[in-house]
Write a protein that binds this ligand. Structure first.
Ligand code: BUP
Length: 461
């Protein structure tokens, strides 16, 4: 019955960074925690990676996890010319929030867990239908603190007649320097800022907030949120991470890069990936190539050149310059397109992860104990990079940026940093400590396990 086996409806938004943690939550809830789970899906998805992932999820996790189709209301995208396609989908989903009412009623939901980017419009709909509504925050607890506190920061600025944002002091946490505040938030009129502020204000009305992190990794932010220091009246915070990977059936043929990794010595390979969402400038791409080459280390580099995967057609040789691929052939694999990052990070020959610090990538690095050389690019990534550095998961060269303000990062500098981090025993030791703490948190009885159990207990009430 509903009382013993709660039915939790999950509502992810667009982009792998949002879909992946919801899939992991679905499997965790339907497995050890005994819930029925429906995952609301908007089809077709923005990227092919998302549709492949959804197919694999429902195949691997059935029958406890089901799909619930969420049809969108018509939405004229032409009013947002040149907008990011994922952002457009957020907007379309936000406008369709009222349609969720009948969907929730029909599904007999005991609780709804919404993505943060939809929170301010979904919370009232859930309340109207008497369904408890939680938020899964898909980034760090530091970023959650920024989201919770930012409306107060904006209000204080307005009252003082100050334009724009400055450094943001997160009460009880730490200071986020202006340079790390997501770029769009510097403009109060930006639609992203308006949504971010609305979602931040909405958070206090949620029945609770789940966040994919763990107590030992972000103690300041989690404690300050729970104690109401960041925002008084903040709802319960369930730190449930790192959400464990979904076990998909192994591929019939191991991918080429996995076979290549098998042939490399332990901890010798630098894995390089900057996520799926933004192309890198051709100039910086070449400096990065020069840096990897000059580091002398083995590397596996996943090059992304477009916002949406299905547009990716450029040739690697042209992108990276004449002769590069031939020169590094003996010790490197450069590939385009989607890779199974989880498998790469748990392979014993990977010794360093150069990452944009998308939050899922960071949590995967904690789970597998791979040190991160943080090279954030936009959005929440600089805030997450600070968590990496503070949490002992690796290094962050704060001057490195991608938006051109500080100029290109030279190949020489990249090579120097790679060599330094690869040779640093302290980094390795600390990262192993983070991995052990992550394993303890998610094990039966650990902090994250108990947080998730408490959430499920509330869904049963
Ligand atoms: Br790229 C890439 N393979 O080739 P993040 C990513 N991933 O498995 P992002 C792959 O997608 P958003 C690839 O392991 C992680 O779970 C990766 O999420 C996986 O960054 C996820 O790390 C990516 O949060 O998020 O892609 O920038 O797109 O939402 O901004």
């Amino acid at each position: 019955t509903g009382a013993t086996r709660p039915h939790v409806v999950l509502l992810p938004s667009a982009g792998m960074g949002h879909l992946v943690p919801f899939g992991r939550l679905a499997v965790a809830l339907s497995g050890a925690h005994g819930c029925d789970v429906s995952v609301a899906a908007v089809l077709p998805t923005v990227s092919s990676a998302e549709s492949n992932h959804l197919d694999a999820l429902f195949a691997a996790a059935s029958p406890g996890v089901r799909r619930l189709d969420f049809p969108l209301a018509p939405f004229d995208e032409s009013q947002f010319p040149n907008a990011d396609p994922f952002f457009l989908r957020f907007e379309a989903m936000r406008r369709s929030a009222p349609l969720l009412g009948p969907l929730l009623a029909g599904a007999g939901a005991s609780a709804l867990v919404t993505d943060i980017v939809l929170a301010s419009v979904v919370l009232p709909v859930a309340r109207e239908h008497g369904v408890p509504c939680y938020v899964l925050f898909t980034s760090s607890a530091a970023m959650l603190s920024l989201c919770a506190h930012f409306p107060a920061h904006v209000d204080a600025n307005a009252a003082a007649g100050r334009a724009g944002v400055g450094d943001v002091d997160l009460p009880g946490v730490y200071r986020v320097p202006k340079s790390s505040v997501p770029q769009a938030l510097h403009d109060p009129k930006h639609l992203f800022t308006q949504q971010f502020v609305a979602n931040g204000r909405g958070l206090v009305h949620a029945d609770g907030v789940l966040v994919n992190t763990f107590d030992a990794f972000e103690p300041e932010a989690i404690t300050a949120l729970r104690e109401g220091k960041v925002e008084p009246n903040f709802p319960p915070v369930f730190a449930v991470g790192p959400l464990l990977l979904v076990k998909f059936p192994p591929a019939k043929e191991p991918a080429g890069y996995m076979r290549w990794l098998d042939a490399q010595p332990a901890r010798s390979v630098v894995y390089v990936s900057f996520g799926s969402r933004k192309a890198i400038s051709p100039e910086q791409l070449r400096e990065l190539a020069a840096g990897l080459e000059a580091s002398g280390h083995r590397f596996l580099w996943v090059v992304k050149t477009t916002v949406v995967d299905r547009d990716d057609a450029a040739e690697l040789g042209d992108l990276l310059g004449d002769g590069f691929l031939e020169r590094v052939e003996e010790r490197a694999l450069v590939t385009k397109g989607w890779v199974e990052q989880e498998e790469i990070l748990q392979h014993g020959s990977v010794g360093l992860f150069i990452s944009h610090c998308g939050w899922n990538s960071v949590t995967e690095a904690t789970a597998f104990g791979v040190p991160v050389l943080a090279w954030p690019r936009f959005g929440d990534q600089r805030v997450n990079a600070a968590v990496v550095a503070r949490g002992g998961l690796g290094a962050w060269e704060e001057r490195w940026s991608w938006d051109g303000e500080e100029g290109l990062v030279s190949g020489e500098e990249v090579a120097g940093k790679i060599k330094a981090v690869m040779a640093d025993e302290t980094v390795m030791k600390k990262t192993a400590g983070v991995r052990d703490a992550a394993a303890a948190a998610t094990a039966n009885g650990g902090t994250s396990y108990r947080s998730l159990a408490e959430f499920v207990g509330r869904c049963r009430d």
